[in-house]
Each structure stands twice: as structure tokens, then as C-alpha cells.
Ligand binder design. Structure first.
Ligand SMILES: *Cc1c(COP(=O)(O)O)cnc(C)c1O
Length: 398
């Protein structure tokens, strides 16, 4: 694959890395290679290095190269979902191994840790990774990964990747950063010292709510070899159409993230002024506890906004059922705006006591702010807040 059209600049690599016009017919777009197997010239002599599409497929190769370029890594590996990528990461471990993870994770990540891999003797310690000292205290000789989500889901807490990577390097353990919320356009974990980046491609990288996928990106070739073994041996690989859809998504990542970020900031400022809103959580607000770190670590502050409503679950439910443009749905990162209530939806698999202890209030609402016109989005939230205020009755009066 020639890289003569590549550049140091993100937006250019997003469109060209891993992709080239077809030398035979000039087609601009990467073909969707709908093939499970490949002709061999002699036994065990595949023509183009491809034998079977679980192991590798040219459309997937293009996506893997594209993602590696965007994250500034040497390699990328793609999976059928973000959780399949997490699964591959954990497949490398053996009973007795230990993982230090954030206590404010995507619910499905918490579930695969606790309910799948703990049964195989992998041990997990959950700490507040916003305090690097807590990470350091939790380390054991058997710690194989420190697993950090920043910004975290749904509380949008930030962890200092450079500070934690200094600790993991001293301890000779690997720092994994789930970069799903920020995307490589806003945050470059490998450049900040992380060893591996994990993505749910389902979210901003796909960007159009039409595909489920996952990826791991890194620099260490030995780790790549092990992960590629599990990618093939376990078989959670994406089909070529899924890879094509994500490749199409990454081309517009930069322009989408700029608009997601400006819309989200305007909405966060609007919500801050609403009497029914107890607290707005957005890294771009001066009131965010880690606003300074956000400015240092991220290019802008992303498209996710969380807030706590006065009136708890009833107010949250009323609001989430009253929006017209914001669709009540799980997931995030698409061009269309979504609203959800984490305690009863995405984070329902976390026990209520654990959830509250980690700071997830019952009245928590999460927005995935899309790229519609911001005035329409604000008008929709204003009318839904009116209805929620009526539903929450006296609670909202103060
Ligand atoms: C969605 C998500 C995942 C899991 O990805 P899937 O593609 O749904 O399997 C992991 N981490 C974060 C932060 C997510 O939002």
C-alpha cells in the first residue's frame, strides 16, 4: 500500500490512509470484498497473502491501516464489536492475572469483566482513575493492564493519560485507553504514553448508527501477534460491509467532531441555566472538575453531555419520553441526537448500590448530541424540560 498521498494532518489521513484508487479500474472507493476464501497458486501459497476471511480480508486490512494511522499506531486490529475487542484483550490473560480498571466504565465493559472473565480467574480492581495515585496503589505484580475510559461513560470524568502512563511504565504493565468517546480526532492516547487504544467503532468512528464494530490499536508487534492470534482463534471478526461502513465514517470524522463539540457546548450552557437541572457535566464547562486537563488532553470536548435532574427517576423518565428530535435510544456517536437515562438503560447491569457509590445519580440523563442545527436541538430540550417540570410537579417548584 503506497502512502504517497498521506500527510501528517489528521483530516487528510482520515480520507486516504489505507486506501488507494484501484490500480486496474481506477475505482476511488475501497471494494467490499465479499469473499470467504481466496484462490491459492499451490497448496499453502495464497496469491495476495489472503487465505480465509476470518483471518484476514482486504476491506478489513484497509480499515485496520486507516485506524492505525488515525491513532498514530503501528498496527490496528478490527473486531465484530467493541466488546469483542475487549474480549481479545482479556483472552491474552491467564488465571491469577490482574486488571486495574476505572470505576466509571461503559456498562458492558464492567459486565464482561465481572460476569465473564472473573469466572476464569482473572481479577479486577476498580478504582477512581481520575486520581493516578489510586491506580498506583492498586497495582500488583500480577497486574497486566490498567484499563481507563476517558472521558468516562456516563459521568464524563477525565483521567490523565500521561500521568497514568508514567506509572504503568514504571510498573511494566500496559495502559489501555478506551478512546470511544473522544475519538482520535480529539485525543491521541498513544502519543500521551498509552500502550493500546480500544474503540467501539459503533459510535463516532462509524458515526451513522448503521454498524457495530470494535478495534484495538497499538505499537508493540509482539502484543499485536498475540491479539491477532485471538482475533482469528476466537473469531469475533467484522464482515467486509461493516468495515466499509466504518471506513466511510472515518473520512468525515474531523468535521463531524467539530460540529458535535460546538453543538454540545451550546447545549451544556443552555442546560446550566435551567431550574430543573441540578448539575451539568461537560468537560468544556468551566464548572467541570477537570476542565484544565480537558483543555490540555483534548482538542475539543466531544459530543456527550450528561446532567442530573431535580426530581430523580420520574423527572428523568418524563424528560426522556418528551423529546421529539432527541430519540430515546441507547448508543451514541451518530449524526442524530439521542437521549437516555443510564440508571435504567445502559448502566442497568451495574448493581444500584455500586452505581450510586460511583456517583451515578438516579436523575441522571445522558445526551449524545448530534449534528442537527443547534437551535432545533435547544428548542426540543426546552419543550421537553417544560413537560418534565410539569410531571415532576412540586419538586421542580424551588
Ligand atoms: C459502546 C461502547 C463499548 C462497547 O462497544 P460495542 O461496539 O457496543 O460492543 C465500549 N466502550 C465504550 C465507551 C462504549 O461506548
Amino acid at each position: 500500500m503506497s502512502h504517497n498521498r498521506e500527510s501528517d494532518r489528521f483530516e487528510t489521513r482520515a480520507i486516504h490512509a489505507g486506501q488507494e484508487a484501484n490500480p486496474e479500474n481506477g475505482a476511488i472507493m475501497t471494494p467490499v470484498y465479499f469473499t470467504s476464501t481466496y484462490k491459492q497458486d499451490a497448496p499453502a501459497k495464497p496469491r495476495g497473502g489472503y487465505e480465509y476471511s476470518r483471518t484476514s480480508n482486504p476491506t478489513r486490512t484497509a480499515l485496520q491501516q486507516n485506524l492505525a494511522s488515525l491513532e498514530g499506531g503501528r498496527w490496528g486490529l478490527c473486531f465484530s464489536s467493541g466488546l469483542a475487542a475487549t474480549n481479545a484483550l482479556l483472552d491474552r490473560l491467564v488465571p491469577g492475572d490482574h486488571v486495574v480498571a476505572g470505576n466509571d466504565l461503559y456498562g458492558g465493559t464492567y459486565r464482561i469483566f465481572k460476569r465473564v472473565f472473573e469466572r476464569y480467574g482473572i481479577r479486577f480492581t476498580f478504582v477512581d482513575t481520575t486520581e493516578p495515585a489510586q491506580v498506583e496503589r492498586a497495582l500488583e505484580p500480577a497486574t497486566k493492564y490498567v484499563y481507563v475510559e476517558t472521558p468516562s461513560n456516563p459521568l464524563l470524568r477525565l483521567s490523565d493519560i500521561a500521568a497514568i502512563s508514567a506509572i504503568t511504565k514504571r510498573a511494566k504493565t500496559l495502559l489501555v485507553v478506551d478512546n470511544t468517546f473522544a475519538t482520535p480526532y480529539l485525543q491521541q492516547p498513544l502519543a500521551l504514553g498509552a500502550d493500546l487504544v480500544l474503540h467501539s467503532l459503533t459510535k463516532y468512528l462509524g458515526g451513522h448508527s448503521d454498524v457495530v464494530g470494535g478495534a484495538l490499536i497499538g505499537n508493540d508487534d509482539k502484543v499485536r501477534e498475540e491479539l491477532a492470534f485471538f482475533q482469528n482463534a476466537v473469531g469475533g471478526t467484522p464482515g467486509p460491509m461493516d468495515c466499509f461502513l466504518v471506513l466511510r465514517g472515518t473520512k468525515t470524522l474531523g468535521v463531524r467532531m467539530d460540529r458535535h463539540g460546538s453543538n454540545a457546548l451550546a447545549i451544556a450552557r443552555f442546560l446550566e441555566k435551567q431550574p430543573l437541572v441540578e448539575k451539568v457535566i461537560y468537560p468544556g464547562l468551566e464548572s467541570h472538575a477537570q476542565h484544565a486537563l480537558a483543555k490540555r488532553q483534548m482538542k475539543n470536548f466531544g459530543g456527550m453531555v450528561s446532567f442530573e435532574l431535580r426530581g430523580g427517576v420520574p423527572a428523568g423518565d418524563a424528560l426522556a419520553s418528551s423529546t421529539r428530535l432527541f430519540t430515546l435510544a441507547e448508543s451514541l456517536g451518530g449524526v442524530e441526537s439521542l437521549i437516555e437515562t443510564p440508571p435504567s438503560m445502559t448502566h442497568a447491569s451495574i448493581p444500584p448500590e455500586t452505581r450510586r457509590a460511583a456517583g451515578l445519580a438516579d436523575g441522571l440523563v445522558r445526551l449524545s448530541v448530534g449534528i442537527e442545527h443547534v437551535d432545533d436541538l435547544i428548542a426540543d430540550l426546552a419543550q421537553a424540560l417544560d413537560r418534565a417540570r410539569a410531571a415532576a410537579g412540586q419538586l421542580a417548584a424551588r
